[in-house]
Design a protein around this ligand. Structure first.
Ligand SMILES: [Zn+2]
Length: 102
């Protein structure tokens, strides 16, 4: 994957995209938090475990990007930074979502 800077949202807060998967995210250096519109776990985490425990659905599509595993079948948008990511994420599910007008 290649991590590409899309833009600086505000000082020390940058919007990135993985040009292979289309996954987009914000790294906020002010809070140390990452923002994405899809639930994610560390690359060492167990996707199977998440599915077996029922947090994620069996059919959910998981995409790996920059050290994380994203559940692109689920969409979560809680704050203004998430909303910016929602506009830029180019993963296949976000493309479908926009096509459906959401
Ligand atoms: Zn997406």
């Amino acid at each position: 994957m290649a991590k590409k800077l899309i833009k600086e949202v505000k000082p020390y807060c940058n919007l990135y995209i993985d040009d292979k998967t289309g996954i987009s995210w914000i790294e906020d250096g002010n809070t140390g938090m990452g923002h994405s519109v899809h639930p994610n776990i560390d690359i060492t985490g167990s996707v199977r475990g998440m599915k077996e425990r029922g947090y994620w659905d069996k059919e959910d599509k998981i995409v790996r990007s920059h050290g994380w595993q994203y559940n692109i079948s689920k969409f979560v948008c809680n704050d203004e930074l998430d909303e910016i990511v929602a506009k830029h994420c180019q993963c296949e599910k976000c493309i479908e979502r926009r096509r459906a007008g959401n």
